[in-house]
Design a protein around this ligand. Sequence first.
Ligand code: ZN
Length: 434
Amino acid sequence: MGKLLIHGADLMTMCEDTPIIHDSAVVIEQDEFVFIGEEQDLPQEWTYDRTIEAADQVIMPGMINTHNHAAMILLRSYADDLPLMEWLEQKIWPIEAKLTAEDVYWGSLGAIVEMIKSGTTCFADMYFFMDETAKAVEESGIRGVLSHGMIGVGPNGADDLRIARQFCLDWEKRADGRIQTMLGPHAPFTCPPDYLGKILDIAGEIDKPLHIHLSETLSEVKDIQKQYGKTPIKLVAEVGLFEHPVLAAHCVHLSDEDFEILKAAKALGIAHNPQSNMKLASGIAPVQRMLKEGLVVGIGTDGASSNNNLDLLEEMSTAALLAKIGTMDSTALPSGECLRMATIYGAKALGQGEQLGTLEVGKKADLVILDFKKPHLVPRHNIMAHTVYSAQSSDIMTVIVNGQIVMENRELKTVDEERIMFEVERCAGELLRR
Ligand SMILES: [Zn+2]
């Protein structure tokens, strides 16, 4: 396969030295960027298999959703506007107990269609029937960092350990390297210390990072305090969690001591989920302080049942607005920082900062082309601010993952969108009747 040239766009590279390039050229060969720069500097002798004209368009790195439960799109708007524990215990958990592998397959594909159409090229997921989500990732061309969620307090704790370990062994680096695997202890309140210890033994044995929910709600912090006399962060630290690479979702309620523990962690990424935290009234995560103190923070949607979509453009805007009102400081979390959270910081949070997150020669070719010839995107004073505060997912025209065009001019190239929407409706309907 020869080279693909995309030229004429403004680039948001998200690199530190050259954040914006005008009149640009991007050249992709196989799964990598081989040229990123001004069109006038292209090597004269190169020829191209394909050329995409991108005048009036803006190109950014593919966005990275650092925390999701993809198949939960089946429960989108199934239960809303309820107190958190009532939402979980009376609505979500009982219906999740009836989910089948087939449901998770179609739910995952439905989520992937939605993610590609809103500019996401990589997502971190924790759920069950993960083999099905992995198949959906393989078929669709998106990138996934997948973990089987483990719950030690229920009847399936021992099975979960075995399934999660086997999932990692079966799927790591599959789908041309687009699949990465993690172990997924659900949370401190569902994985008590002795059970978490067993998971960490497996993590050591097969050398895997961990994806976990931490300090999401005040009631979680209070209950753990009451039971163990310490915060959830301190509890899991004492079991040895942070001696492994960790992707921690939420971290909304943190003490000063928690901050010190997190800063001392071996390799930690935090997934900030502003819309889910707002919708479930969990609280406002101290993102400003995390970034200031050098923690790596990516952005996530969480599952669609507490969001209710998987749109990272919207999530960036919410992150910025929430940080500003949360600190009563309008300079908090500027647009450039939100874009870094959705790209390079997200890549680092997943341990993939060397391969993903910026438009840079040698990195994997994951990108998004936005059409800026839109009423809400003129005049073009600041393309970063436009992308965070004004752009909509319908502005996203073309998406490339690992060098493959997965959407072109809003048409999906790898999967059948109509069929997937039909199957999602069917599975959701059957689930309610089961
Ligand atoms: Zn979650």
